[in-house]
Write a protein that binds this ligand. Structure first.
Ligand code: AKG
Length: 271
């Protein structure tokens, strides 16, 4: 597998912190992603959650299932996603940090609130990225939204999606989110219509969210989170989302993520 990304895709990613990548995933990659999503939905794991109020449709999320859902592991290991992550981040090694399934059924009014992923995590570093790969067509007005340039920071306070609680960094220790929709010049929002096979790659510090999903059909997404050379362990005194129980006893603060939980998916060819 060797993917050559046009240089403007890499330049756009580095400038904006997000980019759409079209035409690199095969029907077999998509079939593995879809099979993985359906296996997860049929048997939700211990940290799965319903991220919408009952009256607002169904937004279901699950995390960290690759080790028990073979189709997710197959997608992670055999699709070009990790190689694309290496090209975008300039990392010589790409590890899987975790998988994340995000499904909105038709009629889901619940918006995914604006947030950054990195403040929920137990890692720090810039050579990281996530792929957001829908296996259903998603129109632009229901697609992932990313604030261009927000990957340069600052970090904003992570809150629970449904009731806005500060469960991670304590209240007041990070800035609260700005009014993104209220200042479109300062916070330009990117969003793309996606067909199956298209994917958005976005930096874990990029501010992002997503509208509800009216339908027709479903909005089933497999997302993989990738970490590269400069990413290190940053254990927190709270349960991160997702949690990695016991990891703090095995990996020192500041250590690279060299651990079986985070398998190497791709390495650059020696030059
Ligand atoms: O799929 C969504 O609704 C939002 C995606 C998201 O927040 C994420 O992938 O981190």
């Amino acid at each position: 597998m060797a993917v050559t990304l046009p240089t403007d895709v890499i330049d756009d990613y580095r400038r904006d912190g997000a980019v759409v990548v079209r035409g690199v995933f095969s029907p077999a990659d998509l079939a593995a992603a879809e099979q993985g999503i359906e296996a997860v939905l049929a048997d939700l794991g211990p940290v799965a959650k319903r991220a919408s109020a009952a009256e607002d449709g169904a937004f279901v999320e699950d995390f960290c299932r690759w080790a028990d859902v073979p189709a997710i592991e197959a997608f992670a290991r055999t699709s070009p996603a990790a190689e694309v992550a290496g090209a975008l981040t300039g990392s010589s090694t790409v590890r899987l940090f975790h998988d994340h399934v995000l499904v909105k059924e038709a009629g889901t009014r619940q918006r995914t609130p604006w947030h950054q992923d990195l403040p929920y995590y137990n890692i720090e570093g810039t050579q990281q990225t996530s792929v957001w790969l829908p296996v259903d067509p998603v129109p632009a007005d229901a697609s992932l939204q990313v604030v261009a340039g927000s990957h340069r920071g600052p970090w904003y306070l992570p809150r629970t999606f449904l009731d806005g609680r500060a469960k991670w960094f304590p209240e007041g220790t990070l800035a609260d989110l700005p009014d993104i929709e209220g200042d479109p010049e300062r916070f330009p929002v990117l969003a793309w219509a996606l067909d199956p096979g298209d994917a958005v790659f976005f930096d874990m510090l990029a501010l992002h969210g997503a509208p509800g999903f009216e339908g027709p059909g479903r909005r089933r997404v497999l997302s993989l989170r990738f970490v590269g050379d400069d990413v290190v362990h940053a254990p927190r005194p709270w349960d991160t989302s997702p949690p990695f129980p016991g990891l703090a006893d095995e990996l020192a603060p500041g250590a690279p993520l060299d651990h079986p939980l985070f398998p190497v998916l791709w390495r650059a060819e020696p030059s």
